[in-house]
Design a protein around this ligand. Structure first.
Ligand SMILES: [Ca+2]
Ligand SMILES: [Ca+2]
Length: 340
């Protein structure tokens, strides 16, 4: 029935109009094909671009981990040299310490530097294992803040960030109440710092203060021993005794160690400039266990960064403690280029 009706309907459309409808159908088919082709092509282009970016990014990360392994070898070689000389000191005259390294490699630029983390004050040492304050370490941080002219941040706020209780330390600290009213609100960690970038969350830490503190403070497991007096900054050296030393005395100490690295902590403390400082030999050291390897890879328009922390034990064995791909401004030392 339907078939006979449609037959009779087409029979009444004039021939010229039928041709017009057919032409429209052909044009529509062409338009559709061309739209589809463009869409497929642009999707393919996008896919190719995405793939190229992913490939480049993963290549840059592979390069960064290769440089990390290279740095690991350098730290092991340093241990072997110390062993051969029977002098286990780590100082700024050693080749790992001086410069950052630039290695042109094909179409990539690889940059890397090694930093001694035990040249810095450990934030986690502010609080003891039982949650109480380590007054001695707190005094060191107060000395350091004074030397760096940091006023907006108090050491008590860092103490409250770590300590397990929720009672703010006198008028200078700050617990959850201080952070919950922020937008967005958050709570204190009430636990050790896991990464130095966490410091940015502590009330009073501005971008400027964070950059000021970075070369002098670090995050390590608690109680890893004293500060390396051969590698620490002038400010850290000055902050060590209960009362910060005069600048002229510190300059004298820096001069001493630049001529000849200190072999034993006791020898260092016997120097006249250090006399009466009140510091004990267990609070300072002449070698280090924790090192940071920072690597930046530039590949085309991609930049990949990797910050790795190694622990080197007394037998020279290196253990990778952490890897961070998210840090910026990591190459700070003057560069030394290797030829291509
Ligand atoms: Ca507290
Ligand atoms: Ca707390």
């Amino acid at each position: 029935m339907i078939q006979s009706r449609s037959k009779s309907f087409s029979g009444i459309i004039p021939r010229a109009r039928q041709r017009g409808v057919a032409l429209l159908m052909v044009l529509f088919a062409f338009a559709l094909a061309s739209i589809l082709a463009t869409a497929i092509l642009s999707r393919q282009n996008l896919f190719l671009k995405k793939t190229a970016v992913i490939l480049q990014q993963s290549q840059a990360q592979e390069y960064a981990t290769a440089v990390e392994q290279f740095a690991r070898q350098i730290l092991y070689r340093d241990y072997e040299e110390d062993k051969r000389n029977n002098e286990f000191t780590d100082d700024l005259k050693e080749y790992w310490a001086g410069n950052s390294l630039i290695i042109p490699f094909g179409n990539a630029i690889l940059e890397s530097q090694i930093d001694d983390l035990q040249a810095r004050l450990n934030l986690n040492d502010i609080v003891n294992n039982d949650g109480t304050a380590n007054q001695f370490v707190i005094k060191r941080f107060k000395n350091l803040f004074e030397l760096l002219e940091i006023k907006e941040l108090t050491v008590e706020k860092i103490q409250d960030w770590i300590d397990p209780d929720s009672e703010a330390v006198n008028g200078d600290g700050g617990e959850d109440n201080l952070y919950l009213i922020k937008d967005p609100g958050y709570r204190t960690a009430n636990a050790d710092f896991q990464d130095i970038s966490e410091l940015k969350l502590v009330d009073g830490v501005t971008a400027e203060i964070y950059q000021k503190l970075l070369p002098h403070v670090t995050v390590l497991p608690r109680g890893m021993g004293g500060v390396n007096i051969n590698t620490c900054s002038k400010e850290v050296l000055q902050s060590l005794p209960p009362k910060a030393l005069d600048e002229s005395r510190v300059d004298e100490l820096v001069e001493e160690r630049s001529k000849e690295p200190i072999k034993k902590a006791q020898e260092f403390l016997a120097l006249p400039a250090w006399a009466g400082s009140g510091i004990q030999d267990k609070e300072v050291r002449v070698n280090s266990e924790f090192f940071q390897v920072s690597t930046r890879v530039t590949l085309g328009d991609r930049v990949s960064r990797l910050v790795s922390v190694f622990q080197r034990d007394k037998n020279g064995k290196l253990t990778l403690m952490s890897r961070n791909f998210g840090q910026k401004y990591i190459i700070t030392k003057q560069s030394f280029s290797l030829p291509e």
